[in-house]
Design a protein around this ligand. Sequence first.
Ligand code: ADP
Length: 683
Amino acid sequence: MANLPILQFEKQIVETVDQNPVVVIIGETGSGKSTQLSQILHRRGYTKSGIIGVTQPRRVAAVSVARRVAQELGVHLGDEVGYAIRFEDRTSERTHIKYLTDGVLLRESLSDPELSQYSVIILDEAHERSLNTDILLGLMKRLVRMRASNLKVLITSATLDGEKVSNFFSNCPILSVPGKLYPVEILYSNERPTSYLEASLKTALDIHIREPEGDVLIFMTGQDDIEKLVSKLEDRVQSLEEGSCLDAIILPLHGSLPPEMQVRVFSPPPPNCRRFIVATNIAETSLTVDGVVYVIDSGYVKQRQYNPSTGMYSLDVVQISKVQANQRAGRAGRTRPGKCYRLYPSILYNDDFLDVTVPEIQRSSLAGSVLYLKSLDLSDMDILKFEFLDPPSPESLEDALKQLYLIDAIDENGLITSFGRVMAELPLEPSLSRTLMEANECGCLFQALTVAAMLSAETTLLPGRSKSIEKKRKHAHLDLPDGSGWGDHIQLLQIFEEWDRTNYDIGWCKDHNLQVRGMLFVKDVRKQLSQIMQKIAKGSLDVRANGRWKEGEQDYRNLRKALCIGYANQLAERMVHHNGYRTLGFKPQVVQVHPSSVLKPDDEGKLPEYVVYHELIATSRPYLRNVCAVEIHWVMPILNKVKKINVNKLSGGTDLTVEGTEGKLSDLPKKEVNIAGVPDDHE
Ligand code: ADP
């Protein structure tokens, strides 16, 4: 810690922060930005007048860095140093350094628009350009004007174009912390391998046999690839014919790992041992693993992209940008000269790779963000006047407004409704929030809370590779009451109800192939959501969440109705002659129900005529994931509403082009490979 580059600039940093409300700090990954800046400002006394908040785009990073800082200061995590991520708050009255995800800070600003408890806000990892950090950048601009005398804002980044951010903040100072990076030799492949996984395996084994000691960091695209490569490496390292004089430890690193597995990468290897760390892009800049000398770069990343004209998400393996490639290479030169093996030819890097990664704001659904901005209720926070570093496209703004209108969050004139205000307060996507509110009206909030919690924790429910999650769920051999014919939401509810009946027996989870950690998380999330609903209810809602489990068709029917109203923007109608569906959005798509769904055909072999879906995702083809059967007389009023949509009115009569819009969806990187599974970004 003592020799971290940033510490040599402590005096300069403190002076600049003392004299300026906003400072941009650019420093190489691993220079100490995330762990040291908060401590420097704490030493300088900034925690006397408030707390220091440090935002992270990734949950894993918030937890990991907070743990590290608590350790360095010799305090218990959750006391002086804590973290807050969605559904998990480990802070206390005593906390004065708080790591939190950018989403949590946005939510805090709803109840306290001036974020008055903070004396310093550090937007860390701004180069990741997460949607929430981008919104925070705009928000900070306003906040600095309001609290110029008692708020300091620091924006830190490993690669960000400092000038651009500085211009955004009226030419605020930029401090560059020179990194201590050793030279890294870049070795290109002659051509793209047919399998980057096999090519990575071969390269890793070659390094192990031929190269001197030093850890190997391998960039894969997601949990699936990582687990495959870890298992192959384990087999092959044992049986190497030529052998290596070093032992080997193989460690996965991705956002879905349990915390105790994540921290393993921070322990140094035993003597005479080489570590192979097989990671997602989380190791690019979010987490710095010491001891890496060799990097293997597949050149790919798994990215979730939203197409506003179809409402479809795709989870694509796409080529990384040049900035990302250079970050990956940089990981090899932290302790001594290193090597980076790029599994692609230099001509591809030069001619085909984008210079920078497309910011998330230009590849996400904006419904949640637009609702958030509308709920801030500040005249200068109109979405069209909001100052974005890179503005979103008019298509995605239009899509967001239409979606919000269909779920009653805004009225036909684009003004936020009382429903919309409550929805913005819930830490859920707008459709799920709307479902809870409708469930409250229909008297099935108790059940809907469970479904919301199960959906929020879905990725942690089942062990093993993400691809097989649904398959396992389907074959969990749960003896569930009849009703799964209505779809996946009802089944998720029944799974939890069964567990509840066992009095939360851990053995029951194991017997049914459900991950204990995931189920406990669901229980906790459910409790939190219920508390939030109770709190909100004091103002405007009538919460009737005190029933016990009530099975019976009527409850399931009410719940399905609530889902239909909540997901009014995600309806589909069965095709006449077969079991395919057509979405009922603004640009209908022909889709299939995902094979993992438990939705059952009736005796005549037909699936329900109408369904709502949780997600429309393009893998090998467009699929609806998590579907629920709904009834025609709930659907008709929604379709009538769709017909009446007047975008001109919704947008307050203005053109939806935000000044200076750069980049459109059509500029997004070309799709390379499709992979089914669970999103890995924002792990
Ligand atoms: P930056 O934010 O500039 O990328 P960090 O502050 O994250 O740099 O990292 C500084 C150093 O602290 C690195 O050497 C990194 O390995 C170490 N570090 C960060 N988090 C942890 C952790 N949870 N456990 C152990 N070491 C850590």
